[in-house]
Design a protein around this ligand. Structure first.
Ligand SMILES: [Zn+2]
Ligand SMILES: [Zn+2]
Length: 207
């Protein structure tokens, strides 16, 4: 069998390379929408996705496919990672409920035997892997039945309250740039932005 949920070509363009994980995420998003009886991609701000992925592992490409499939995009603040470093995603619609999809261990193990990962483990980026190797793996994924790939768990108790939107903004008393009010800090009794508040002297960003 071949899945009906194959990403459109623009999804690959948006994603930047061909790989198996963007299509796995796309299909997961479409299946979750079907499960929650959502008929169309999210236009506005009503559908939320919580990937349990972290960073520094190749499966994070799934998130681009999920965004394409669902319309629950990072830019609309509909996607927030938990950084658990797990291959699972919870989909939540306030009127339809929540469902968690995860990749089955057996599927991950089987997929990992493919030549594509021999290249990846040598440090070759997906765009540098021969197209026939990548396409062979993508087709193999398309051919797997849904229940060989995904474990599905209803999450009846899951709730989430998004941050309330506001247009209120204030000029920072030091740099003069606008700051949305929930991010304002006070320094010497004056409103300031976070960088001007001096936080950069104490916060070290590690990579
Ligand atoms: Zn990718
Ligand atoms: Zn400032």
């Amino acid at each position: 069998m071949t899945t009906q949920f194959i990403p459109p070509e623009w999804a690959f363009e948006f994603h930047g390379h061909h790989c198996p994980f963007m299509p796995i995420g796309y299909r997961m998003g479409k299946l979750a929408m079907e499960k929650l009886e959502l008929n169309e991609r999210e236009k506005d701000h009503g559908f939320f996705v919580f990937p349990e992925l972290g960073e520094g592992h190749p499966q994070t490409c799934m998130m681009d496919g999920i965004q394409v499939a669902t319309g629950a995009t990072y830019g609309k603040v509909l996607m927030a990672k938990t950084f658990y470093g797990k291959l699972a995603v919870t989909f939540y619609h306030p009127k339809k409920g929540a469902v968690r999809y995860s990749l089955k261990n057996e599927f991950v193990d089987e997929m990992g035997k493919h030549e594509f990962f021999a290249y990846r483990k040598r440090g070759v980026e997906p765009s540098g892997i021969p197209a026939e190797v990548t396409n062979d793996l993508i087709q193999w994924v398309y051919n797997q039945p849904d229940d060989a790939i995904y474990k599905i768990e209803p999450k009846p108790d899951f709730t989430y309250t998004p941050v309330k939107g506001s247009f209120n903004k204030t000029k920072c008393s030091i740099c003069g740039e606008y700051v949305f009010d929930r991010y304002l800090r006070m320094k010497d009794g004056q409103p300031v932005c976070i960088p001007c508040s001096g936080y950069e002297k104490t916060v070290k960003i590690e990579r």
